[in-house]
Design a protein around this ligand. Structure first.
Ligand code: 5GP
Ligand code: MG
Length: 182
């Protein structure tokens, strides 16, 4: 039986258990390792929602790679933003000529990822692909190619396993639907 967190209210409805998440990440780790064997892979975590996923994913991999992080912010934090984004923390590594895999926690409208892909492409990586744990196809505004994905989910708001609501809930070991207060 899972331990109850003190802040676990009835606003949370579990979608994926820690066991389901681990199993999925093991599969992804193996597939990605096979695809990038013998290449010069740089895994880029998009801060901050992807951090738990990125770390656990890399622990399931059996090839060499580098890790870096990038952070982007949305000018508008409204539910349906205009999609205006900018980089608030850039990469430390030079990705030119390298095989780059962007690791996201969730791809929703695709606006953030669309921007990231355009930006990173100008640095001429050998290849540029995307891995996301959660994918919300129904919300897509920008058509972004997602090579590796964990789970497809409906148009709901989720927290846990790195994903937050006002910076809370990231450390939940499961992923849950969250009913945001009105
Ligand atoms: P997009 O640009 O694809 O609409 O949104 C990507 C970003 O929005 C994600 O990296 C994440 O930070 C945030 N986001 C989108 N949907 C959700 C959600 O259901 N829960 C949480 N916690 N964040 C989300
Ligand atoms: Mg984010």
């Amino acid at each position: 039986m899972r331990e109850k967190m003190p802040y676990e209210e009835d606003q949370l409805k579990i979608l994926f258990t820690p066991e389901q998440i681990e199993e999925k990440i093991s599969e992804l780790g193996k597939i990605i390792s096979d695809h990038y064997a013998g290449r010069e892979l740089i895994m880029i975590g998009v801060l901050r929602g992807s951090t738990y996923f990125l770390i656990d994913l890399t622990r399931k991999m059996h090839i060499p790679f580098a890790i870096d992080f990038i952070s982007i912010s949305h000018y508008s934090e409204q539910a349906d933003s205009t999609g205006v984004v900018r980089i608030t923390k850039d990469l430390d590594l030079n990705i030119t000529g390298k095989d780059v895999l962007i690791v996201e926690g969730i791809v929703d409208t695709g606006l953030s990822l669309g921007y990231l892909l355009r930006n990173l492409k100008t640095r001429n990586p050998a290849s540029l692909k995307v891995c996301t744990l959660l994918n919300v196809e129904a919300r897509r505004i920008v058509d972004v190619p997602v090579e590796y994905k964990g789970f497809d989910i409906a148009n709901i708001f989720v927290v846990g396993y790195g994903l937050d609501y006002n910076e809370r809930y990231r450390n939940l070991q499961f992923i849950a639907e969250f009913n945001r207060p009105k």
